[in-house]
Design a protein around this ligand. Structure first.
Ligand code: MLT
Length: 407
């Protein structure tokens, strides 16, 4: 008899963004004449940078001739991209990361979800609340939690991120082994200082723990005193893995390219307490389960680091941040309390009530899609998240509808 992994039965209904998409589709079917403005899921709306398109076309032409065609590439990614990343994203900021510590993949969602396969089931996992649901759900699937009760899974350590701590969680009071951090944060848009991040690195060293640092939104940082990478912090190479993505920074949500950094000194421990490097384990996993990102996509990603690519992605990000500025200004004008939107494309707004109710009201009365904070965890109840990923004209229109609705 084939039996199932019953941990899947512990999961809450459907994945947050699928649930939202279903509600939006149902609304659109019932109101076909209504124009919907999407400020929900963080999906980009502008075209790929021209430099990426040129490189993409060129690489596709190479694939069209026997003399330049490429079959399977290296699972870890082509050197041309790994080297560009090491140089531009890390060494240029004083972070010591080498090309062979970088694993190219098709998304930070997959990598942050898959990485937990390297660890035993009985580790203590610390997860922020609110949080990007992938970290939580993949640990539930792996059996690291008990049942869901009163808005939380038993057996996890939740790191409350609230207004009281400026959305940067305090160090856990009990010992934990695996810590998820995301800064600039999804969903709150909050940021962490170098001093605060150093405390986490110190904690991880003392407790022989590991930090999984999701830096998918680092390109949106405008305050240059903030760290873009955990590897800007001394000692982080031993206790941290970092995830990056081109999805939001260069419009790759549909193109798919991201990477994970596993420094050679980064260790976890075997049952005898001996330190084991994680780099060969992740390499083994990657080579066994993944066949690499396509050659044209990696060439398109490499083009981000060209002079044109840098200028074009900078302009792309600035355009989304202009939307974030507008949302901040409008929400302040409407008397709402919020954070984020300064160094991140998300604005986390106190909805002054139930977050799903606010979501429904916004959709039904204004035709605007947001993400209800409760979908990101118990601490998200009472909040909504607005994303800056849309055109300026649509954000203006959405804000006008919001003003009208709240009158
Ligand atoms: C979000 O809206 O939180 C993100 O777009 C989801 C993702 O990147 O998978």
């Amino acid at each position: 008899m084939i039996t199932i992994n019953e941990n899947y039965l512990k999961l809450q209904a459907s994945y947050l963004f699928s649930n939202i998409a279903k509600r939006v589709t149902a609304f659109q079917e019932a109101n076909p004449e209504k124009e919907i403005i999407r400020l929900g899921i963080g999906d980009v709306t502008r075209a790929l940078p021209a430099a990426c398109i040129t490189a993409f076309h060129k690489a596709i032409d190479e694939m069209g001739a026997d003399t330049s065609f490429r079959g399977y590439g290296p699972e870890q990614g082509y050197d041309f991209l790994r080297e560009a990343i090491a140089r531009n994203d890390f060494q240029a900021r004083g972070a010591e990361i080498n090309a062979d510590e970088i694993f190219i993949s098709d998304g930070a969602k997959c990598d942050t979800g898959n990485i937990q396969e390297l660890f035993t089931q009985d580790i203590k996992v610390a997860i922020p609340d609110p949080v990007y649901p992938v970290y939580l759900d993949t640990n539930v699937m792996a059996g690291r939690t008990g049942n869901f009760s009163d808005g939380r899974y038993q057996g996890l350590v939740y790191l409350d991120s609230t207004k009281a701590n400026n959305y940067v969680p305090a160090l856990p009071t009990e010992d934990v082994d695996l810590i998820y951090l995301c800064f600039p944060n999804n969903p709150t848009g909050s940021t962490i200082t170098k001093e605060e991040l150093s405390q986490w690195v110190q904690y991880a060293k003392e407790k022989k723990a590991l930090i999984l640092f999701d830096a998918a939104y680092e390109a949106f940082i405008r305050d240059e005193s903030l760290p873009h990478s955990i590897f800007e912090i001394d000692g982080a190479r031993e206790v941290a893995i970092e995830f990056r993505s081109y999805s939001k920074s260069a419009g790759f949500t549909g193109t798919r390219c991201a990477y994970t950094v596993v420094p050679k000194e980064c260790m976890a421990f075997d049952s005898k307490g001996n330190a084991q490097p994680l780099h060969p384990l992740w390499n083994r996993r990657h080579c066994t389960k993944f066949n690499g990102v396509s050659y044209p996509v990696q060439r398109a990603a490499e083009a981000i680091y060209s002079a044109d690519g840098q200028a074009q992605t900078k302009e792309l990000i600035a355009s989304y941040m202009r939307n974030a500025d507008l949302i901040r200004q409008e929400m302040a004008g409407l008397g709402y309390d919020f954070v984020g939107g300064k160094n991140a494309p998300y604005i986390w707004i106190d909805a002054k009530g139930d977050s799903w109710e606010f979501f429904d009201m916004l959709l039904n009365k204004a035709g605007v899609v947001c993400t209800p904070g409760a979908g990101f965890g118990k601490c998200g109840e009472g909040y909504i998240r607005l994303s800056a990923f849309n055109s300026y004209a649509n954000v203006e229109k959405a804000m006008a509808r919001l003003r009208e609705m709240l009158k």
